[in-house]
Design a protein around this ligand. Structure first.
Ligand SMILES: Cc1ncc(COP(=O)(O)O)c(C=O)c1O
Length: 399
């Protein structure tokens, strides 16, 4: 007989299928690159990867992972403070700090892990943490965990609304530490946080500003140093979290960057550091090579920006109404979740892989297909993808 859990899960999965919101995995048989080999489909153009700089399959990045595997083996075999930490972790952490413009950084096995560790480790019951309404799920869960662990006060301010944030900070004048967390680039919109105004407000109200730059590292600023560089504010953000799983090699891993004290305290007390293994050396090696490559070839960031500008304007000329912006995240809003999934399936039939996103990842009624552009896309890749958009757009009566 089926147990209660099994029967509930199966019923829910059936409902997902019926409602057209069931996520089907697409199996790839080649590295992430502008064109990939997809099982059952052959070659398709990917427009839904965070491989912004094209480093996932870059020979130097791949070789650095192999070298680190040869030199350090598969991993630490336990957590860092118990059985030692590799010198490549120290080198990577110095490179991450230098890249984003902070005194220090500490690596985690993912940025999810970094975001989950930060508030719950450094805050107490005397403190407050406020989160932008559209922040990434890892920030939301990190704050939920912080509330459960520390009994700190938590709140959400309306997306990008500085008046709402100011009011919420002022209403919490009794709090010893006030922390504000925002995405640098909001991943479902492609919008950039208003960093100058946020930083000024945090200074005025005595709050600590944390920016999750996962989609901005390697992407924003003349040399890819992120949201702070975009606004000419490198060194002015208190704490930055970011991922190594997108522009910087695309494997996995994340970090918290900030003062030496913040990173040391996390080393002492963050539970994912104390009770979970370090980043595998292969991944540390590839990420380190990615940072070095970015520093040697900052023109990749300019190519990325130009590719994104081209794709966005061509989509507009084809009659689509992508959300306005200047980042390589280009969403086209369609309304219902099933419409977004249908469009993404039709695009795949035409050889273009673009993911459809619906509720609860984005608000109800604002389902979308989200295009992500890479510096590695050639003009031919982008033009072929645009032809597929025109064809599917016509079939669906959108253009
Ligand atoms: C803003 C933001 N933060 C954190 C993460 C999680 O990063 P990771 O894949 O390193 O856990 C993501 C990934 O989608 C993200 O978009």
């Amino acid at each position: 007989m089926m147990n209660a859990l099994e029967s509930r899960l199966r019923a829910d999965l059936d409902a997902f299928r019926r409602d057209g919101v069931y996520k089907r995995l697409n199996w790839l048989d080649s590295p992430q690159a502008p064109r990939v080999r997809m099982e059952g489909r052959g070659e398709v153009i990917i427009l839904s990867s965070n491989n912004y700089l094209g480093f996932c399959d870059h020979p130097e990045v791949v070789q650095a992972g192999k070298d680190a595997l040869d030199r350090y083996g598969a991993g630490t075999g336990s957590v860092r403070f118990i059985c030692g930490t590799f010198t490549i972790h120290r080198e990577l952490e110095q490179a991450c700090a230098e890249l984003v413009g902070t005194e220090a950084s500490l690596s985690f096995v993912s940025c999810w892990n970094a975001n989950e560790a930060l508030p719950g480790t450094v805050l107490t019951e005397h403190d407050l943490v406020l989160s932008d309404q559209l922040n990434h799920a890892s920030i939301i869960d990190g704050i939920r965990l912080a509330k459960a662990i520390t009994k700190c006060q938590t709140g959400v301010y309306r997306h990008g609304d500085l008046d709402d944030l100011r009011a919420k900070l002022r209403a919490a004048a009794d709090r010893k530490v006030k922390m504000v967390i925002t995405d640098g680039i909001f991943s479902m919109e492609g919008a950039i946080a208003k960093l100058p105004e946020l930083a000024q407000l945090c200074r005025d109200e005595g709050a600590v500003l944390v920016v999750d730059d996962s989609h901005a590292t390697g992407v924003l600023g003349a040399t890819g140093r992120g949201t702070a560089e975009h606004f000419g504010m490198v060194g002015e953000v208190d704490i930055i979290t970011s991922t190594l799983g997108k522009a910087l090699g695309g494997a996995a891993g994340g970090f918290v960057a900030g003062s030496g004290a913040v990173c040391d305290y996390l080393t002492q007390r963050a539970r994912p550091q104390l009770f979970s293994n370090a980043l595998p050396p292969t991944v540390a090696g590839s990420a380190l090579a990615s940072i070095r490559l970015l520093q040697r070839q900052p023109d990749r960031v300019a190519t990325l920006r130009e590719n994104a500008r081209y794709f966005r304007t061509q989509l507009q000329e084809a009659g689509f109404r992508p959300l306005p912006g200047e980042t390589p995240i280009i969403p086209v809003i369609l309304g219902e979740t099933a419409a977004a999934i249908r469009m993404s399936e039709m695009l795949l039939d035409e050889g273009v892989f673009v993911t459809g996103f619906g509720f609860p990842v984005v608000p109800q009624g604002e389902a979308r297909v989200r295009c992500q552009i890479s510096a590695a896309h050639t003009r031919a890749d982008l033009d072929e993808a645009l032809a597929a958009f025109r064809s599917v757009g016509r079939k669906l009566g959108l253009v």
